[in-house]
Every structure is written in C-alpha cells, then in structure tokens.
Design a protein around this ligand. Structure first.
Ligand code: F6P
Length: 548
C-alpha cells in the first residue's frame, strides 16, 4: 500500500489547531500548572522502565485532541501498518523500510516480495554471534597467530554514527577489545587511528551498504596498504571483514566470501545499526548485549504499533514537536542526555532526523507550503549547562528540549548521581518557572543592594520561563533501554514524516555535493577545466597554486 498524499494544512484538524493556537499563544505554561494542580498526573506516560513527563509544554487536553485528530486525518494508523508490513513506503527508491524486522523474534513473519525475510535475518544474526564469539574469546587469530585486541570500524554516515554512538553508550558493558572508528575522508583521521593499532592484532570491519562511498573506500584502501607493509596479501582474508549489500564490490576489494556480512536494501543506512552494521557493537559488548539492544527496540516497536495514540510515546512526542515547529515557529530542538555515555546521541540523531525529514517536496511531488524537519542539536548535561544553556534560558528563540535521565547510575556512585540528577530536575523547573522581578528584587533586598544598582541589574536577572521541555526518566542505561530509546526517536521521525506528507527514507539531497566533489577532484588532480561561479573559481585557483 502506498502512503497517501495529504497536505496537512488542508485538514480540518490543522484549521482547528490554527484557531486554537491563537488562544494558546497567550497562555503561559506556568499558568497551566497554576490552573491544574494535577497537571503532571494527566500529561505523562509511564511505560515499562520509561516515565515520559510532557506536562511542561504549552498544551492542554484540547491541544492534544486536535493534534490526535490530525494524526487520524492523515491516516497515521494505516501508515504504521504499511511501515511494519513491508509496503514500499520509500517510494522514490521503490523500497520497503524494514529495520523493525531486524529486531523481531525469529517466529515472526515479514514478507518482502512474497518471501519471509526472518530466516535470512536470523542466519546473519547467527553469523554475527559465532564470529563475535570467536574474536572475543581469542579463538580467531591474526596472521601471526595472536588474538585480536583492536577493531577498526571503517564507514561513514549510518555505517559509522550508529555503531559509534552505541559502542560509546554501552561502554560500561564493554569487553577487552578496543574499538576505533574511521569515517572522515580527511587523511588525518585514519592516520591518527593507525597510530594506535598493531597490524598483527587488529581486525578491520568495512561497513558500507553500497560499497561505493568515497570516504569508506579511500580509508579502506589506505588501511589495507598500511596493513600490507607488515603482512602478505593472503593475510587480508584474516583481518578484513565487510558489511554490505554489494557483494560483488566487496569481493573485488579482496575480502573473502566467508567474511562478508550481508544486509538488505530495505534497511536504510541511518536505521541500520540493528543489522550487521552493528557488528562492531556486538564485538565491543558481546552478542548477548547486542541482542538485548534489539529486544528493547522490539518492545518499543510493539508499544508504537499497539498503543492508542494518546498513550503512545513516539506519537505524543512527534505531535508536540509538530505543534512547536508548525504553529509556534520553533526551528530547532535540543536533546540533553544526563549521562556522559550518551554524548554521541545528538550527532547520531542529527542524521536520523535531518537526513530523514529535511525535505521540501510533498508526497504529491509539489513543494510543501509549511515547515518540515527540525534542526536537532545537543550535548550531555551538565556540560551543556555551562556551554549553551544561557541561550535556552534567556535567548530570543524558542527551543523545545528533551531531557533524558536515568534513575540509577551504572557505577553506582550515589553522591555523583544525586548531584547530576538534581541538575536534571532543576533545569526543567527553571525553564518552566523562570525567575520573576519580585523574586529578583527580593534577592537584591536580602543582599542589601542599593536601589540604583538594583534597578539597573533587575531586567538582566529576570528569566521569563515558559520554555517547553519533555522529561524522559528511564530506570537505567541498559542495552535494552538504549534500544527502546533509539527506536522511540526512529518512530517519532516516521510519524512526523507522515504528517508532513514527505518521504522520510530517501536522501537525494546529499547527492549533489558528492557529484560535484568528484568533478572538482578531477579538476584538482588532473587539471581538467571546469566552469565555476566566480567565488569557487577563485578559491580553487588559490588551492591549486599552493597545494604542493
Ligand atoms: O550521506 C548519505 C549516505 O547515503 C547515508 O545515508 C549513509 O548512511 C551513508 O551515506 C553511507 O553510505 P554507505 O553505507 O553506502 O557507505
């Protein structure tokens, strides 16, 4: 079933939302709390080990009802069925979008072109399981008979960000293997990694869905050439494995057929960490933890598929985001995890969210006449409090922010954790309530500040508050909880794409730059003549004159 093309701004619900917004824009969030002492009880969802409090938002029951009506009018329920059922919802590439199948139990049936793909998925999972066990246990050895100590994941975009984020996030569960990531075509990146490894004890995992990506192929060739300075060509088979859909190209690179971990065109790069793209994750934390990550994601899939929309975490978070993006004109959203382990979550979700929903053509082929994809950014708390929080608290922009925190720390240092979490709670409270003139003046009076100085300083010290936040309070950063969290944001992306009437699973926008870079490379290296705009021509001339 193809996704329907419905311009959301033409729906009745949108019309209602627009009228409702005229009222709501005068309404403060603080005021909503003052009016309703039971607000938090009514605007939160408790599910499994997640407590999602969305009460600190500029919404009432009426707002939610209109947003839920919008979801119904764009036929979100049918779209979810099409998504999980393997319909070709990545229409411009004529592909299904089935990363969810990768975390299904073996007993499930998912048909692609009439064939159940679950047996293939589990064959690859078993291959990952056996391979990771051999490497971690030391049974699999390098060319000089030594066990592996280091893994280098060579990939970019979805073939790097997901594994890199999860390996960092699950560091607590890590084994003895050191895992490195090489992504940038900047040669300094690969050289810095090479400095840290020994060819005798390093396993290279080349990850590229297409196996045509310039960065990944260049880095792989550089590493292979460096490796061959110490080893023989036949040793490549012992040290290089690949994850790809392009078996022919992988074989041409010299990788042994036994060392290829296949993936499928129905797994998008930015949603691929659940496939063999997650091999580095399984190597770093062991297959069982990798499997728990997948099980957690599956639990979130079930929650998303089966829960009524008003209690459905991805749906509610997606609707709130649409409310701010399309009615309040918010351009960006911040994501602040209160754990250092999730320091790569925002960069990971930047690809997930912005590559998916950074689109301006509707599913009917016409330009959209409303805002789509949000800009996403963030860093862990408390570091971010000492960096950019000033702008969230007192700047001129509205930045809805997700706070993600955990009830239990992993190392169990209660003193540190209580300090961390007191900041976590304090920030959303401060963003909601701000600080009034009366409160600031009372502080001045207490300090005995003279009247002139107090009058001068007062406006700078007032915080308006009313800055919206969601709080995601999770029991503990386990592999399963992380799987749920990632899947939550994946489904939020899906819901927003459906409502915005765009195709979330292609990425044509990254192609132009790639094509141009290839032509410019030819011009730099072979001195081919190409016409450019005046600025690019001047810059290239300067670079060509000085590069050697
Ligand atoms: O940046 C565009 C992109 O196609 C991403 O979507 C993808 O994750 C990345 O390049 C890497 O592609 P590949 O896995 O084919 O090397």
């Amino acid at each position: 079933m193809a996704l329907q093309a419905i311009n959301p701004t033409q729906t009745q619900a949108w019309n209602q939302l627009q009228k409702h917004f005229e009222e709501m824009k005068k309404q403060s969030i603080k005021g909503l709390f003052a009016e309703n002492p039971a607000r938090a009880e009514q605007f939160h969802i408790q599910w499994d080990d997640f407590l999602v409090d969305y009460s600190k938002n500029a919404v009432t029951k009426e707002t939610l009802n209109h947003l839920l009506a919008l979801a119904d009018e764009v036929h979100l329920k049918a779209a979810i069925e099409a998504y999980f059922g393997g319909s070709l919802i990545n229409q411009t590439e004529n592909r299904a979008v089935l990363h969810t199948a990768l975390r299904n139990p073996e007993s499930a049936t998912v048909l692609v072109d009439g064939k159940n793909v679950m047996p293939e998925i589990f064959a690859v999972k078993n291959k990952i399981k056996n391979f990771t066990h051999e490497v971690i246990s030391g049974a699999r050895k390098g060319f000089s008979g030594k066990a592996f100590t280091d893994i280098v994941n060579i990939g970019i975009g979805g073939s790097d960000l997901g594994p890199a984020m999860v390996v960092e996030a699950l560091q607590f569960y890590k084994n003895h293997l050191n895992v490195h990531f090489v992504s940038n075509v900047d040669g300094d990146h690969v050289q810095e990694v090479i400095k840290k490894i020994n060819p005798e004890t390093t396993l290279f995992v080349i990850v590229s869905k297409t196996f045509t990506t310039q960065e990944t192929l260049s880095n792989s060739e550089t590493i292979r050439a460096w490796f061959l300075q110490s080893a023989q060509p036949e040793d490549v088979a012992k040290h290089f494995v690949a994850v790809s859909t392009n078996i022919q190209k992988v074989t041409e690179f010299g990788i042994h057929a036994d060392n290829i971990f296949p993936m499928w065109d129905w797994v998008g790069g930015r949603f691929s960490l659940w496939s063999a793209v997650g091999l580095s994750i399984a190597l770093a934390v062991g297959f069982d933890h990798f499997d728990q990550l997948l099980s957690g994601a599956h639990q979130m899939d079930e929650h998303f598929k089966t829960t009524s929309f008003d209690q459905n975490i991805p749906v509610v978070l997606a609707l709130l985001s649409i409310w701010y993006n399309n009615f309040y004109g918010a351009e960006s959203e911040a994501l602040i995890p209160y754990t250092q382990y999730l320091q790569k979550l925002a960069p990971y979700l930047q690809q997930g969210i912005m590559e998916s929903n950074g689109k301006s053509i509707g599913r009917d082929g016409n330009p959209v006449n409303y805002q789509t994809g949000t800009i996403i950014w963030g860093e862990p708390g408390t570091n971010s409090q000492h960096a950019f929080f000033q702008l969230i608290h007192q700047g001129t922009k509205l930045i809805p922010t997700d706070f993600i925190g955990f009830v239990h720390s992993l190392h169990g240092d209660q003193d540190h954790h209580d300090k961390l979490m007191s900041n976590f709670f304090a920030q959303t409270e401060a963003l909601l309530n701000g600080k009034t003139e009366v409160q600031v003046q009372a502080e001045f009076d207490k300090q005995g500040m003279d009247a002139a100085k107090a009058a001068y300083l007062l406006p700078f010290k007032v915080f308006s508050g009313d800055r919206p936040t969601n709080t995601l309070l999770i029991q503990k950063l386990t592999p399963a909880a992380l799987g749920k969290l990632i899947a939550l944001y994946e489904h939020k992306i899906f819901v927003q794409g459906i409502i915005w009437n765009i195709f979330s699973y292609d990425q044509w926008g990254v192609e132009l730059g790639k094509q141009l870079a290839n032509t410019i490379l030819d011009e730099i290296v072979n001195d081919t003549a190409i016409s450019h705009d005046n600025s690019t021509a001047m810059l290239l001339k300067f670079y060509k004159t000085h590069r050697k």
